[in-house]
Design a protein around this ligand. Structure first.
Ligand SMILES: [Zn+2]
Ligand SMILES: [Zn+2]
Length: 146
């Protein structure tokens, strides 16, 4: 990542946090960087392990607090794909999650422009979409055949 992009990212983070009444902290920056760096939909535990590499003194509670602030500020979203751990995704465009049930990989796929045309209950006002497709990724589907 070049420095320009990083500064822009930091300004964006500060603005979004303050609009939702949160202060900018180095810990929040660090947790956000972790999620932006490797967009593989990590769980809170995985974020904690990665954040600790940059900031060895960061605590579990702080990471949870940071994730909460980032979600409430609209910088990341929570994703629930299977029973158990919540995952975190920094892609705030409406998109679809393809989840591999064998290796657990999650792929972001853009939704077609007209996806909101799909049938909805009469009078229903949708405010956000949470669309997931479950199956096997190419690698895992290939393994099954052999
Ligand atoms: Zn995603
Ligand atoms: Zn897989």
């Amino acid at each position: 990542m070049n420095l320009g992009a990083h500064n822009k990212n930091e300004r964006h983070l500060t603005e979004k946090l303050s609009t939702s009444g949160f202060r900018f902290t180095p810990q929040r920056q660090s947790v956000y960087d972790v999620i932006m760096h490797k967009r593989d939909h990590p769980t809170a535990e995985e974020v904690f392990i990665r954040a600790k590499k940059q900031m060895p003194e960061i605590s579990h509670a702080t990471v949870y607090n940071c994730l909460d602030a980032l979600v409430k500020s609209g910088l990341i979203r929570q994703v629930q794909l299977e029973r158990g751990a919540t995952r975190f995704c920094p892609n705030m465009e409406e998109h679809c999650h393809y989840h591999c049930g064998a290796c657990g990989k999650v792929f972001d796929m853009a939704l077609p422009k007209n996806f909101t045309d799909m049938p909805q209950p009469k009078g229903f006002k949708a405010d956000h979409y949470d669309i997931a497709v479950h199956g096997l990724c190419a690698d895992c589907a290939g393994k099954r055949k052999n």
